[in-house]
Ligand binder design. Structure first.
Ligand code: HEM
Length: 496
């Protein structure tokens, strides 16, 4: 009986089908132990597309990069929001934000675009620049008072600096600690953020299990951490904070006017944004800086670029309290840092872009092939297949800091597969309409972090020949992978 339940027969004109050998679960174990190898083997066997049963779901994996644009072109058959919205409700524990479920009438994706791009992006960038310098130089987050070398884990360092700065940029600062900040109050605020950081780590550890559908009650510590995080984001607390991002202030207003969410439900929608804004950015920052300091050519090119841009804007690095300010156009003028970040993300990203078929339809792929798809099926892209394909990126496992620079030092956009120019060769932020709305802010904040690090600090790896940590595959499918262990480095303030 179990062997029949949940299996399906391939109908004419449907993609090749693998039901797997385990009832219900299908191919999930083979897939999750190494998604890239699993899909590469299927691509060899079947070509452009295959259907696999994974934990009761039938997922069509589109494996040929030349066909990615077919999915974007036939967008009307694909719903990219359904999967996001249901995963968010499952993981963060708020009511559905899908207007068709009746708890809110907000078009949340529109809100994200409006408040993470355009004019709102300028103020995000400005506040992040201030907050990064506050955390790096003025708070006690780093022990920078003396010019002694400090040893630390590089991931722990990136995590602390980016988490605290990103948190303050999105959620603002307590009103009582603005202006004349007394040192004790400032430290109390920091202690709260550090506590939030610990809860975030605890919750984030089990995130893959939550997305896979396990109930949070299996994980007592993570459940407590999630509730604590949400409590800190209750509207009654957020109302006492100033200089909040447009994103959070608009979401608070829309939660209060367009939704029937209760207080904790509203707070949990903010928690989903805290997670979205940090979970990928933290490891992305780590990989960007680690690859750069291991590679003398990259480090030289990056520091030269930072000096050039600072000089052009007439600014000098000083430790007398005057902060560096770099505007969006100045950050966008940094093509070397852009290429470094792209290359680091290419090597560390393992996201999966999932769409749900809105009706039965015929899916036309590149060339002459077409396949029938059933309503409700999932269609997925696994961009790592392109990111690590030696035909697209020569020597794909090697970090080449200038891989995304053309001969004039500008952004390179020409990458080929089977002799044809690819439209979709770089997708850590997803593709099409469902792309990450925070991607411009994300790249800018990593650039800001690198600029400030190169400007204010000297740094070295403790072991110059240290091996790269491996990628933690337990998060494959969710975005930028974390390192399996940290790397020791030392840093100190540069001489004035
Ligand atoms: C969604 C990647 C940083 C906000 C996504 C998606 C990906 C992604 C892959 C899903 C897209 C899809 O399924 O097609 C990343 C990476 C980041 C990053 C790699 C950093 C390196 C950020 C930041 C913010 C942000 C800094 C906000 C401040 C969001 C939001 C969504 C999202 C709100 C959900 C969009 C929606 O459902 O409408 N991100 N992201 N992300 N990201 Fe990012």
């Amino acid at each position: 009986f179990w062997l029949i339940v949940g299996t399906r027969r391939r109908r004419p004109e449907e993609p090749p089908l693998e039901n797997g050998i385990i009832p219900y679960l299908g191919c999930i174990f083979q897939f999750s132990s190494n998604p890239l190898e699993f899909l590469r083997a299927r691509k060899k066997k079947y070509g452009q597309i295959v259907t696999c049963k994974l934990a009761g779901r039938f997922i069509h994996f589109l494996m040929d990069p030349l066909s990615y644009h077919s999915m974007i072109r036939q967008g009307k058959y694909f719903d990219w929001k359904k999967f996001h919205l249901s995963s968010s409700a499952k993981a963060f524990g708020h009511d559905s934000m899908d207007p068709s479920d009746g708890y809110t009438t907000e078009n949340v994706h529109q809100t994200f675009i409006k408040t993470l791009q355009g004019d709102s992006l300028e103020s995000l960038i400005e506040n992040m620049m201030e907050n990064l310098q506050l955390v790096m130089l003025q708070s006690n987050a780093l022990k920078v008072a003396s010019r002694e070398w400090q040893t630390d884990g590089l991931y722990a360092f990136c995590y602390r600096v980016m988490f605290e700065s990103g948190y303050l940029t999105l959620f603002g600062k307590e009103l009582s600690s603005q202006g004349d900040m007394n040192a004790a109050k400032q430290e109390a605020q920091r202690a709260l953020i550090l506590n939030t950081l610990e809860n975030f780590k605890e919750f984030d550890k089990i995130f893959p299990a939550l997305v896979a559908g396990l109930p949070i009650h299996f994980f007592k510590a993570a459940y407590r951490a999630r509730e604590k995080l949400a409590e800190g984001l209750l509207h009654e607390h957020l109302k006492n904070r100033g200089n909040m991002s447009d994103l959070i202030s608009l979401r608070m207003f829309l939660n209060d006017t367009l939704s029937t969410f209760d207080d904790m439900g509203k707070a949990k929608t903010h928690l989903s944004l805290l997670w979205a804004s940090q979970a990928n950015t933290l490891p992305a920052t780590f990989w960007s800086i680690l690859y750069t300091i291991r590679n003398p050519d990259a480090l030289r090119a990056a520091t030269d670029e930072v000096h050039r841009v600072l000089e052009k804007s007439g600014q000098k690095v000083s430790l007398d309290g005057k902060h560096i300010s770099l505007k969006r156009e100045e950050l966008e003028d940094m093509s070397v840092l852009d290429s470094i970040i792209k290359e680091a993300l290419r090597l560390s990203s393992a996201s999966m872009n999932i769409r749900v078929a809105t009706e039965d339809f015929t899916f036309h792929l590149d060339g002459k092939e077409s396949y029938n798809i059933r309503k409700g099926d999932f269609i997925a892209l696994y961009p790592q297949m392109v990111h690590l394909d030696p035909e697209v990126y020569e020597d794909p496992l090697t970090f080449k800091y200038d891989r995304f620079l053309d001969e004039n030092g500008r952004e390179k956009t020409t990458f080929y597969y089977k002799g044809r120019k690819l439209k979709y060769y770089y997708m850590p932020f997803g593709s099409g309409l469902g792309q990450c709305p925070g991607r411009f802010f994300a790249v800018n904040e990593i650039k800001q972090f690198l600029c400030l690090l190169f400007s204010y600090f000297e740094m070295e790896l403790v072991d110059k020949n240290v091996k790269l940590p491996t990628l933690d595959q337990s998060r494959a499918g969710l975005g930028i992978l974390q390192p399996t262990h940290d790397i020791e480095f030392k840093y100190r303030l540069k001489s004035p």
